[in-house]
Design a protein around this ligand. Structure first.
Ligand code: ZN
Length: 409
């Protein structure tokens, strides 16, 4: 087994599940345990300044070994795993020379990773895969990223003839609960550009994501005995349905893809007296995003014109923005990865992320941060798996990227 695979298997066995119900940072103390282990390992391979801060953010430096003036770049991954599924007692299974058939994951044979549900697995016939035992997630998201970054740093240290500028490494807590960028100290990190290794399939390269807003609407009704309600009752449930009907029916998650945006009614709760509706609004284009928010406001005011002031109360907030705005002016940081992929035998797949990333938030804090593949598939659940060659390719890619930054100067 290669170093990256050994590391990966060691990391996934350590439970680092994030806890969305906790207000502390990191949200679970097991993440801090893992952070300390990573600091030791970074020091062991020669990144002597490795440290973890009180919030669980690990940072370390690989010093430049060139006389050239090279931009400092960073590589970032997250330590936590998704709260959706257990990350305890992960028991990774190694499937060598995959034969293209169903892979029985669980001992009782009921949990099966099948090409019928995951057709892309057929791309890996003949390769070695790492899967779960059907009872937990795997944690390739994002321990594959950590293993890949660490192994690439080790490779650079062991091969000093490869010239590179200063490289910063960052491992963050709580990405899966949307807090990974919250306490990331961009200034302390001190890189000009960074890359998250947090994507899926080999070749993925992403620098566009949604603009995002959340819209919470409260419908205030008026309950009266239904037998004597004529001209008196205001049924909040019916009004909420009427409100939703006014939104464009084709612009919902199940009917959109690619660069199309949507309105998504994520939650609805209530009764005649009061209904709470939770929408999310997503769009890649900023003008179109602003227009969607205006549509939401218009729909709410129409309800209020019809049923009276304050029948519908809107609380709408922006959540994150498309990093393209911050990456496009320095687009060569994407181009350089695309070239590095081509030179390491990886076919680049540049596509928009229909969601957000920590890199999007970091980009707006002054650290443009596109996202690179880890190699994994089916994140956040028991069907998660990763081909080992993709992890090895990710290591090669990191090494190639730092070389390209050095040689372009
Ligand atoms: Zn992730």
């Amino acid at each position: 087994m290669s170093n990256v695979v050994d590391r990966f298997i060691k990391y996934v066995k350590q439970d680092t599940k994030a806890n969305p119900d906790s207000g502390s940072c990191p949200s679970s103390s097991i993440q801090m345990d893992f952070a300390k282990q990573l600091v030791n390992e970074l020091k062991e391979i020669g990144l002597t300044d490795a440290s973890v801060d009180e919030n669980g953010y690990v940072m370390a430096t690989l010093e430049s070994n060139t006389d050239k003036d090279v931009e400092t770049i960073g590589f970032i991954s997250h330590m936590d795993t998704a709260p959706d599924m257990s990350g305890k007692n992960v028991n990774p299974k190694i499937v060598e020379n995959y034969n293209g058939k169903d892979i029985i994951l669980s001992e009782d044979g009921t949990v099966v990773l099948s090409p019928n549900d995951s057709p892309e697995i057929l791309n890996y016939v003949g390769k070695t895969l790492i899967t779960t035992d059907g009872t937990t997630l795997l944690g390739a998201d994002d321990k594959a990223g950590i293993a890949e970054i660490l192994t690439a740093m080790e490779y650079l240290i062991n091969n000093p003839e490869i010239k590179h500028g200063k490289i910063r490494v960052g491992f963050t807590p709580d990405e899966e609960i949307g807090r990974g960028a919250d306490k990331f100290d961009v200034e302390k990190f001190g890189a000009k550009y960074a890359y998250t290794l947090d994507g899926g399939e080999i070749g993925e390269l992403e620098y566009e994501n949604f603009n995002a807003a959340g819209a919470n609407i409260t419908i205030n009704g008026k309950n009266v005995h239904p037998g004597y309600a004529k001209n008196k009752m205001k049924n909040a449930v019916l009004i909420s349905m009427e409100l939703n009907e006014m939104l464009p029916k084709e612009e919902i998650p199940s009917k959109t893809d690619g660069y199309e945006g949507f309105y998504h009614l994520n939650d609805l709760n209530g009764n005649v007296e009061e209904v709470k509706m939770e929408y999310i609004i997503r769009d890649f284009d900023m003008n179109s995003f602003e227009n969607r928010k205006k549509v939401m406001k218009d729909v709410v005011s129409k309800i209020n014109v019809k049923y009276g002031e304050n029948t519908a109360v809107l609380d709408m907030n922006d959540q994150y923005y498309n990093m393209k705005e911050k990456v496009e002016p320095v687009k060569y940081i994407v181009d350089i990865v695309e070239e590095a992929m081509n030179e390491t035998g990886i076919t680049p797949m540049i596509k928009p992320i229909r969601g957000g990333t920590d890199g999007a938030r970091l980009s707006f804090e002054g650290l443009p941060t596109p996202n690179i593949f880890t190699g994994g598939h089916n994140f956040h659940g028991k069907y998660e798996y990763i081909p080992t060659f993709a992890m090895e390719k990710a290591v090669d890619l990191i090494v190639k990227i730092v070389q390209k930054y050095e040689s372009k100067n």
